[in-house]
Design a binder for this molecule. Structure first.
Ligand code: UTP
Length: 290
């Protein structure tokens, strides 16, 4: 794309039904992995990639996310008065410095493509990133930064990919490969949640994208797709068939924190590296394997 990515969209308006009852009144993106909500990991990843405008597409549970990134006067005053400076520092550093937060609303969860369309009024005519916070990616280099680095020679969309097992295809958008370019691929099509026998490859799309502004024209003209929703995959398929879409196999370990098992694994992996509980958790896990 050869352009700096200044803005990122965080769709957080999904129902999170796989995580009920936890998500009845709380967005799933506020579920903590050890001690930090999923959405905060995603915001930090975007900020580390130089992004300064964070656009949330929220639904009925908007309060918790807005409050999380706002200052908490009473809590901060209380911690300061008790000289709990370490905790005060944690509470005050939730929002990265120099970052602007914008909230737009998706009144009905009509799908990821529709959620992204809701962010259009908050964006200017330039490419932007999309991060799905329930895909937590642990690695030495942030996933969005990996996409930005790979995007330098292309103008269209750039998507994060992961190699999947054939039986997992029903949980992913799967790309059809036109050609391989070094470590990356150019996709010529994309299919949402195909049966294994219909999957065009073993590369599944994960929740990191760089999208050109023209994606909005495409989404606006889409018919309803799989599951009765407006699917981002269908919009990407239009651009893939026309010009090709760059797919980047992301380095790092991805946890599907929209699923209970993925979320439990993330808590263990991040817990093992946590300065406060890592050693005790390791000892506890060892004690279970007898
Ligand atoms: P999911 O496909 O995981 O759907 O959305 P979901 O509704 O959140 O979860 P389940 O399947 O009911 O458990 C992927 C991302 O897209 C957002 C979600 O918040 C999540 O970050 N999303 C999805 C929206 O913002 N709006 C939608 O209409 C759909």
């Amino acid at each position: 794309m050869n352009k700096k990515i200044n803005a990122a969209v965080f769709p957080v308006a999904g129902l999170g039904s796989r995580f009920l009852p936890a998500t009845k009144a709380t967005p799933k993106e506020m579920l903590p992995v050890v001690d930090k909500p999923l959405i905060q990991y995603a915001i930090e990843e975007a900020a580390d990639a130089g992004i300064t405008k964070m656009i949330f597409v929220t639904g009925r549970n908007k309060r918790a996310i807005e409050d999380h990134f706002d200052s908490a006067y009473e809590l901060e005053a209380e911690l300061a008065s008790k000289d709990k400076h370490d905790l005060l520092e944690i509470a005050q550093s939730v929002a990265p410095k120099g970052v602007e937060f914008v909230y737009v609303r998706q009144s009905i969860a009509l799908g990821l493509g529709h959620a992204i369309l809701c962010a259009k009024p908050a964006l200017s005519d330039e490419p932007f990133a999309v991060l799905l916070a329930d895909d937590l990616i642990k690695g030495s280099k942030g996933a969005v930064q990996q996409l930005i680095t790979a995007s330098e020679s292309v103008h269209g969309p750039v998507i994060g990919l992961e190699t999947i097992e054939p039986h997992q295809s029903r949980a992913y958008g799967i790309v059809e490969i036109r050609e391989r370019v070094g470590e990356h691929v150019i996709a010529s099509n994309m299919v949402e949640k195909p049966n294994p026998e219909d999957a065009p490859s073993n590369l599944g799309v994960v929740g990191r994208y760089l999208l050109p502004y023209e994606i909005f024209d495409v989404i606006e003209n889409l018919p309803t797709g799989s599951g009765g929703e407006i699917q981002l995959t269908d919009a990407l398929a239009v651009l893939a068939k026309r010009d090709g879409v760059l797919g980047v196999s992301l380095k790092g370990q991805r946890f599907d924190c929209g699923s209970k098992l993925g979320y439990a694994k993330a808590n263990i992996e991040y817990g093992l590296e946590h300065s406060e509980i890592g050693d005790s958790l390791r000892a506890y896990l060892k004690s279970l394997i007898v």
